[in-house]
Design a protein around this ligand. Structure first.
Ligand SMILES: Nc1ncnc2c1ncn2[C@@H]1O[C@H](COP(=O)(O)OP(=O)(O)OP(=O)(O)O)[C@@H](O)[C@H]1O
Length: 298
């Protein structure tokens, strides 16, 4: 961190179909009002945004402020130079599950005040990393979804309406109609098991899909990830499990296993994984925690 350098305010203009750009104006004005230097960083697309973040980090930044949703957080975490800096988040996406974990204010001015106020004592937060054969390690803040929740994520991303978390709820209903079970092979340390199920998802934070508490007891400070496995049942039973899940009452159901792990390997055939709301690709997935890898201004 360089105290004489400006903050880099990274804006996803397409977050929540345009909210990012509106929120960014308030964020930049709030920095100005606080007498703190800030420069806007925005790209024409995701790859351009990453390149501009990398270049700005090399020029020197005091920290980074992300104005967007979970996808923007995931995007910027892939930039090593950015991960080395203190990072703040101003929620402006559809789901905002990472912001929810820390109770970050929805009001952009309040969010800026909170992150500037935390400069002296930022939080040390765990991240997740997934490695796949032939690919660079992929970092995530929230979770790595494999199975039903990934399918819901893919469908929700395709809904181009400003519906907020409702996008995920509609996608869930559509995916339930075509529900199928998948075979997962899971290896924790030297132990391997397999099961037919609807998901095997690795969570760092508690919620996915705009507040669905998949791993209600997950902590971002324990140096562990929460592996959530849900086995298959009849459609009616899955519906009731999901209903309980939405109210965080699923932890002790026979279909649900939540295991706290430092690392796990998951094979799921050609299932596509999503992390922080964006596509990662197919496995096998070697997932591990990176304890305290993120310095969060919160
Ligand atoms: N110009 C851009 N800059 C950054 N990201 C962009 C840009 N254009 C498109 N994107 C894509 O937008 C994706 C989603 O953005 P973001 O997470 O900010 O909003 P959201 O999807 O509405 O919110 P949430 O992920 O919380 O549901 C990013 O992962 C990124 O791939």
């Amino acid at each position: 961190m360089r105290d004489d350098a400006p903050y880099g305010v990274v804006v996803n203009p397409s977050s929540a179909l345009g909210r990012g750009a509106r929120v960014a104006r308030v964020v930049l004005a709030s920095f100005q009002a606080a007498g703190v230097d800030a420069v806007e960083i925005t790209g024409v697309d995701a790859a351009d945004c990453q390149a501009r973040v990398r270049a700005a980090c090399k020029r020197g930044l005091r920290g980074i402020v992300l104005v967007g949703g979970d996808g923007l957080i995931g995007l910027v975490l892939q930039v090593a130079e950015a991960r080395a800096l203190p990072i703040g988040v101003v929620p402006a996406g559809s789901g905002n599950d990472f912001a929810r974990q820390f109770g970050l204010p929805r009001s952009p001015a309040a969010a800026v005040a909170r992150l500037l106020g935390s400069e002296g004592a930022p939080l040390s937060v765990d991240l997740g990393v997934v490695e796949r054969p032939g690919h660079d390690p992929h970092w995530f803040a929230g979770g790595l979804s494999i199975g039903l929740d990934a399918a819901i994520n893919r469908r929700a991303n395709a809904i181009r309406l400003p519906l907020g978390p409702l996008r995920y709820h509609l996608a869930l209903l559509a995916e339930l109609a075509v529900l199928k079970s998948r075979r997962f092979v899971v290896q924790i340390g030297a132990r391997e098991h397999s099961f037919m199920g609807i998901l095997a998802t690795v969570m760092n934070t508690r919620a996915i899909g705009g507040g669905i508490p998949l791993a209600p007891s997950a902590s971002v400070h324990d140096g562990m990830l929460d592996l959530v496995e849900v086995s298959h049942g009849s459609k009616l039973r899955v519906l009731s499990v999901l209903g309980l899940l939405a109210r965080a009452k699923h932890e002790h159901l026979p279909e649900v296993t939540i295991t706290r792990v430092p690392a796990v390997k998951i094979e799921a055939g050609d299932e596509l994984a999503f992390s922080d709301g964006e596509l990662v690709g197919s496995g096998p997935f070697e997932v591990r925690v990176a304890p305290g890898a993120l310095t969060l201004l919160a």
